[in-house]
Design a protein around this ligand. Structure first.
Ligand code: NDP
Length: 315
């Protein structure tokens, strides 16, 4: 078992975690980033990123995360490929343990564990991952210009994604399992007014089909009732918008979370309810969820941690 001490422990390695690493290491705080179960975060699951400023020709998600990692390491960030499984934030220094049993003693902690998009759990979602299945219209919608896509879900995210896609695509199906949308009234109105959005109420997708990528979805209306009706829709892209799960479970005994599990921070900063613990990126952001906004909060969290250490005469 190794014992590590640091002024700044960064938990998570998406754009927020690595950016916090860049800023904290440039401030000579010798941070440690514990990468977590998916080094590089959600962006390593996507293909090309075209909306991150500074990459005019686009960049592959994996490449961008490798660039951020290299940049953090260049200034002295230590990166550990482990998963934090236990924390004690009851007093400073904070104590964390990873899945190998290593112990971290940290003056400050930045939580940047991200969120995980929910999927329906179909085998075909795995089969066509990167071949027409996506959980981020803003990231991948552009690739479906003048094509037909489906968005699953009836909440605000699904409406937002459908509206966004409707400006790019020829046609957008919304597949909604209830007979109503859960989204806010204003979003419902906008969606219903769009001529190229067709809402399929009381419908569930049970599978996808296609040769080299998604060409269609198997849909069932009134699933499990005597009015059950099966049909297929021809689509080129399949977007999940059935919610995200913030990766905050391990912190819940200490950190104040909202009812969906997102970390509550004291806007405009990144402070949590525990002094010396900060949060950045999607784990504290149910709304924007973009690489650039995550990177921005990672920067703020590192600056907040540095200021906290200065105020406590620890730098
Ligand atoms: P929500 O939980 O609000 O909605 C999820 C939707 O997905 C619901 O329609 C739900 O159906 C459906 N769903 C869930 N699981 C399944 C499944 N297995 N199969 C089929 N459908 C499923 O999540 P959102 O991400 O839309 O929103 C999360 C929060 O963020 C909300 O509070 C929302 O208001 C907020 N938000 C605000 C925005 C804004 O203000 N601009 C933008 C985006 C989100 P059912 O209704 O049947 O449960």
């Amino acid at each position: 078992m190794e014992e590590l001490k640091t002024k700044v422990l960064i938990i998570g390695s998406g754009p927020a975690g690595y950016t916090a690493g860049i800023y904290a290491s440039r401030a000579n705080l010798k941070p440690i980033v514990v990468e977590g179960p998916q080094p590089g975060g959600q962006l390593t699951q996507t293909t090309e990123i075209e909306n991150f400023p500074g990459y005019p020709s686009g960049v592959q998600g994996i490449q961008m995360m490798q660039d951020l990692r290299n940049q953090a390491e260049r200034f002295g960030t230590r990166i550990v490929s482990r998963l934090i499984t236990k924390v004690d934030f009851s007093k400073r220094p904070f104590i964390c343990h990873d899945d190998r049993g290593d112990r971290y003693e940290a003056e400050t902690v930045i939580i940047a564990t991200g969120a995980t998009a929910k999927y329906l759990g179909l085998d075909d979602e795995v089969k066509y991952n990167g071949l027409g299945v996506s959980a981020c219209a803003t990231c991948d919608g552009f690739f479906y210009r003048n094509r037909t896509v489906a968005v699953v879900g009836g909440g605000d995210t699904a409406c937002e994604e459908a509206l966004y896609l409707s400006t790019i695509c020829k046609k957008v199906y919304m597949v909604v399992r209830k007979d109503y949308l859960r989204a806010s009234t204003v979003m419902q109105t906008r969606v219903k007014e769009k001529e190229n959005i067709e809402i399929l109420f009381l419908c569930n997708v049970t599978g996808l089909y296609g040769e080299d990528g998604v060409e269609g979805a198997h849909v069932v209306r009134n699933l499990g009732t005597d009015k059950e009706e099966k049909f297929d829709i021809s689509i080129d892209g399949f977007f999940l918008a059935i919610g995200h799960t913030p990766n905050t479970e391990v912190f819940k005994d200490y950190i104040e979370l909202n009812k969906e599990g997102y970390i509550i921070t004291a806007a405009p900063g990144t402070a949590t309810n525990v002094e010396g613990v900060f949060a950045a990126g999607d784990c504290a952001d149910p709304i924007y969820r973009q690489a650039i906004t995550s990177a921005g909060t990672g920067c703020r969290a590192a600056m907040d941690a540095e200021r906290f250490l200065m105020d406590n005469d620890e730098v």
